[in-house]
Design a protein around this ligand. Sequence first.
Ligand SMILES: NC(=O)c1ccc[n+]([C@@H]2O[C@H](COP(=O)([O-])OP(=O)(O)OC[C@H]3O[C@@H](n4cnc5c(N)ncnc54)[C@H](O)[C@@H]3O)[C@@H](O)[C@H]2O)c1
Length: 346
Amino acid sequence: MSKIIKVLELGSGNSRRGANQNRGRALVAGGAGFLGSHLCERLLLDGYDVVALDNFHTGKRFNLKAVLHNPRFTCIEHDIVDALPSNLRVDEIYNLACPASPPHYQADPIHTFKTSVLGSLNLLELARKHNAKIFQASTSEVYGDPLVHPQPESYFGNVNTHGPRSCYDEGKRSAETLFFDYSRTYGLDVRVARIFNTYGRRMQPDDGRVVSNFIVQALRGDDLTVYGSGLQTRSFCYADDLIEGFVRLMNAPSAPAHPVNLGNPGEFTIMELATLVVDYTNSRSKIVHRPLPVDDPKQRRPDISFARNNLGWEPKINLAQGLAHTVEYFDTLLYGNRMAKGAAAS
Ligand SMILES: NC(=O)c1ccc[n+]([C@@H]2O[C@H](COP(=O)([O-])OP(=O)(O)OC[C@H]3O[C@@H](n4cnc5c(N)ncnc54)[C@H](O)[C@@H]3O)[C@@H](O)[C@H]2O)c1
């Protein structure tokens, strides 16, 4: 049963009005999440009516504070695994619905898998019904523990099919299959982004991702937990850069015939990240090591040549700038901007 949190006339009239007034209606599944809420704001700014669909598993109403009173925005509490509301009319669909951090997606692995597969099927059918363009938030996890480095889109990956991460990795891989089969079978316009680690404002303090874990631990003065040696690498993209990539991929004149990597090609070891966070937070926290989780990838770095050459996209915000914004966000969320107050007082 879905619950409309704020009402927009979902079914009536022509959803695509004159180009100057309105660019049509975009549905954002997972719109109350970290990335989804930033995307909703961007689409409203770009002139779309926006409908967010979210089961609030990891999403928060708080994330929608800036848009909830916008007359062109509505939010429906709904699980995309279930049949979608029959009166939804849409011109474009973005599917971001899926828990993204290991503790959340492993809490109910079967539902995570259903979200990627049955949820995608429901949204693809909706796209088909309205001849709507549809975007899928896929992931660098489809490369698993990669044997090719950096990872180009042509790499098929090295994924465990039955480990504790498989519900997410294999769910996303299956969703990619469905998207391209809908394109081949029905001529649907599909856009699939493979997203690499992204961080920024609106991450949850308890969401178990490395950037938020480190910043929250450092601000609390707790030890920073590094899993394994910390020599494994990751690439970190700031959310604003990624959202720009989403919009460019969706608005590209023709749909790429394959998924497109979106991420920041800067590569850092986890130890380097931990050290930077300790510096930026002026923390006295120490770094402690814990055993590496099963199937944790040893290295990750996107090859973004396709996005650079075809979308004119590359990240603009480096790790130092992005961390500064994110530390400020968490410090404000948890301590009412204690760091700025401390600096002003000293
Ligand atoms: N942030 C990253 O680093 C990253 C990296 C790769 C891929 N992605 C993908 O991007 C998307 C957004 O990620 P995020 O970081 O914003 O995560 P998030 O957990 O903050 O957002 C996911 C949103 O989807 C909602 N949701 C989950 N299952 C749902 C369901 N069955 N029905 C309806 N809503 C559901 C959640 O409540 C939440 O609002 C996800 O699909 C994720 O897999 C993110």
